[in-house]
Design a protein around this ligand. Sequence first.
Ligand code: ADP
Ligand code: X15
Length: 393
Amino acid sequence: MNKKSVRDVEVKGKRVFVRVDFNVPVEDGKITDDTRIRETLPTIKYLIENGAKVILASHMGRPKGEFVDSMRLTSAAVRLSELLGKPVAKADEAIGEAVKAKIAELNDGDVLVLENVRFYKGEEKNDPELAKQFAELADLFVNDAFGAAHRAHASTEGIAHFLPAVSGLLMEKELSVLGKALSNPERPFTAIIGGSKVKDKIDVIDNLLNLADNVLIGGGLSYTFTKAQGYEIGKSLVDNDKIDAALGFIEKAKKLGKNFVLPVDVVVADKFGADANTKIVDATEIPADWEGLDIGPKTREIYADIIKNSKLVVWNGPMGVFEIDIFAEGTKAVAQACATTEGYTVIGGGDSAAAAEKFHLADQMDHISTGGGASLEFMEGKALPGVEALNDK
Ligand SMILES: Nc1ncnc2c1ncn2[C@@H]1O[C@H](COP(=O)(O)OP(=O)(O)O)[C@@H](O)[C@H]1O
Ligand SMILES: O=C(OP(=O)(O)O)[C@H](O)COP(=O)(O)O
């Protein structure tokens, strides 16, 4: 990476504003998955050990510029303190005199968590006034929030214009793994795209067709392609605005000589739910009143074979509604193939990571990205504003 990292600058005795992504799932005040907090520990520990005063800033949820109690970062600060095995101070705001006073009390190696930066209207607008107020708190800006790097907000982008700005170790690792995978991929390189966000994922398919040898399509995404080819898809998920784009990708793959693979069979259900009646049909023979909710057994076998023979696998989006057991087999088969292939496996997207966890296969993947939207935009070839704003080496 051509951007400076926290290792390239002096941090001793400095007040360091570290943007992290502590946007973790919370239910009844309890964090249900602390992966994003654990993944920032290398940066935080590095700063503590090197005598910095560590000021952590993050968003949580989408509070739209209001103070919302359920979106405070208190539980994240408590969890961080447990993980670090040392006290972590917590401010109830993210700017202003009370926060400055708390920072003035910090000794070298101390840690303070600021309040949710999205409680301020200027955050998502990237208001320079708010960015300046964040910058006044510190001597150095470290961006370790890969999960929010695709957002040009005051605490991810704006602040970098007012302070020396470098990447954290998680940011560096994410960019290096994804960058290496995509810029000089080991081949055969297989990309698997599934899930339900057809609009969000169409552009990534376009770029992956340029990069990968095999592109496998699954999940809710696949029916737009099936419909584009003129087949009945019943009540399956479809994005009618993307039919032309879908046809275009099938053509593009042919022109480039890429192996673009759509499901050959699907699990269809007479309704959406755990108590639905299901059957397996050819992908071109979905009955009018039924909906496709998983890839079928023939498709699972084809996909698993391709994955097992790949040197690099990038997977984003489940193959079916894996949250419901009767529609989980396709996602499980892909997760198992990713876990056992000798190739290097990279997983992006919250739901694919959750699926890998559900099947107890997460530790067998080589890299699980902390960014869903961010890893997609990176794979689309887009610049990430939170990275662009950092100082060059
Ligand atoms: N055939 C399908 N029909 C409807 N929803 C689906 C289908 N296959 C997968 N899904 C849903 O897609 C969701 C995940 O999609 P998405 O957000 O695009 O993935 P990710 O978070 O991994 O990027 C899951 O909740 C899953 O239930
Ligand atoms: O959870 C996040 O996005 P992701 O679900 O796409 O990984 C990030 O914290 C960014 O949050 P946002 O999509 O509200 O800007």
